[in-house]
Ligand binder design. Structure first.
Ligand code: ADP
Ligand code: RBF
Ligand code: MG
Length: 388
């Protein structure tokens, strides 16, 4: 969207954190820990994730050894688990908007540094799997290259030094609290992109808190704006999701006058964890009925401790009857906005109708309308969930 934003501060360079900010490392870490802790007869609880975010590997290991009362020294734990992690780095995916941001800044000649608490060698192997990332950074600094990791400011000060910039001219982008603290302590501007949902209240020291990199507006920091927004929408690499229409909370039609055909998220936990909560749009296929325009919200279901999201598509068509139990297929082609809080039901409804108008209009653009013909929308073989 090209709504002019007041400039908070003009910066000249950007320092990025890696894990949880650019790369979806958390999923891999959880998988490895889950398998590993079973060996000790313990169960990894996703809720513990915040205890290890932003820590050096050694600190994280120490926290786990202590929390779970593991019968080994932190050093032993680290040396046993490290090879398993190294094996997994090539499976890490970039977070939505990460490559877009890197390419954008690089294209405009904005100097960039990567500053991560991970050891330098780990950083190198993680980013070597992402095309063009390594060459994009003028400096890469690992936690093992400075006397103390985040929340100490050293790593960011070293980054500014290598970029030959004043700390006050640098913008730090960080997902973790220790990272935000480090950035502020270094005298830099900081944008927080909390990896864990519903934690933004903890990030008050950051200059701005955004839900995902898709919501970053570089112009707020005096940097060149993204030019890829079209009529209030951000095109995405299309992704597919499908399943049976299940019962939701029964609020959609009754309370809002906006029915949403909730999809079973079974089998999609990983895919969903890769997409930020927010409003998306695309095409919806009900194989026995037809293909329709669609606008949807992906949001958190509080019953699952902020770890499970619901998918709620609103099909932009008047139906004569419900279609619970039918197979619904979605091709999601773009993003509109993050999930927001509203002071009243009326303002929520009004905003959802804005979303509807934006989606309805945008889906006429060739860029989006061509996906109406995606064969995925027509197929009616149940159970064949295409995860791409
Ligand atoms: P629930 O909380 O069970 O999802 P809603 O009030 O949101 O209930 O109503 C959604 C149901 O209404 C869908 O599952 C579907 O069967 C039906 N429905 C009718 N018209 C639409 C529409 N245009 N978009 C989505 N669902 C619709
Ligand atoms: N709920 C929110 O709390 N914040 C939102 O920003 C929001 N945006 C939505 C956008 C669309 C297009 C749709 C269909 C729903 C949205 N909702 C949002 C969810 C809405 O509150 C939900 O559909 C009802 O809770 C019914 O289950
Ligand atoms: Mg619903």
């Amino acid at each position: 969207m090209s709504i002019p934003q007041p400039i908070k501060k003009s910066v000249l360079g950007v320092i990025l954190d890696l894990d949880g900010t650019l790369l979806n490392t958390d999923g891999i870490v959880s998988e490895v820990l889950k398998v590993f802790l079973v060996k000790f007869g313990k169960q990894w609880d996703g809720r513990e994730a915040d205890k290890i975010l932003g820590k050096t590997p050694f600190e994280a290991a120490a926290a786990i050894v202590e929390d779970y009362g593991l019968p080994c020294a932190t050093e032993e734990f680290v040396s046993e688990i490290t090879p398993t992690f190294s094996d997994q780095w090539r499976n890490i995916k970039p977070l939505p908007g990460a490559s877009r941001l890197i390419n954008h800044l690089k294209g405009h000649g904005i100097p960039m540094a990567l500053a991560s608490n991970s050891p330098r060698a780990c950083i190198e192997s993680k980013i070597s799997c992402q095309q063009d990332w390594k060459e994009s950074f003028s400096a890469i600094i690992g936690g093992d290259e400075v006397p103390a990791g985040k929340p100490s400011p050293e790593i960011f000060l070293e980054a500014a030094n290598r970029l030959k910039m004043e700390p006050s001219s640098c913008l730090v982008i960080e997902d973790s609290l220790p990272g935000v603290t480090a950035g502020k302590a270094a005298g830099m501007e900081v944008v927080a992109v909390p990896y864990l949902p519903k934690q933004s209240h903890l990030y008050t020291s950051a200059g701005e808190v955004i839900n995902s990199l898709l919501d970053l507006r570089p112009e707020k920091w005096g940097l060149p704006p993204f030019k890829d927004w079209i009529e209030g929408t951000l095109p995405l690499e299309p992704w597919h999701i499908g399943g049976l229409v299940i019962k939701g909370f029964g609020r959609g039609s009754k309370v809002l006058g906006i029915p949403t055909a909730n999809l079973s998220t079974e089998g999609y936990t990983t895919l969903l964890s890769e997409y930020p909560s927010g409003v998306y749009f695309g095409w919806a296929g009900l194989p026995v009925r037809g293909v329709y325009k669609m606008v949807m919200s992906i949001g958190w279901n509080p019953y699952f401790n902020n770890k499970e999201k619901t998918i709620e598509p609103w099909l932009l068509h008047e139906f004569d009857e419900d279609f619970y139990g039918e197979e619904l297929r979605l091709v999601i082609v773009g993003y509109i906005r993050p999930e927001l809080n509203f002071p009243s039901l009326e303002s929520l409804i009004e905003k959802i109708h804005d979303d509807r108008r934006i989606a309805e209009k945008a889906l006429e653009l060739p860029l989006y309308s061509k996906h109406r013909n995606d064969p995925y929308l027509e197929v009616s073989d149940r159970g064949d969930h295409k995860n791409s």
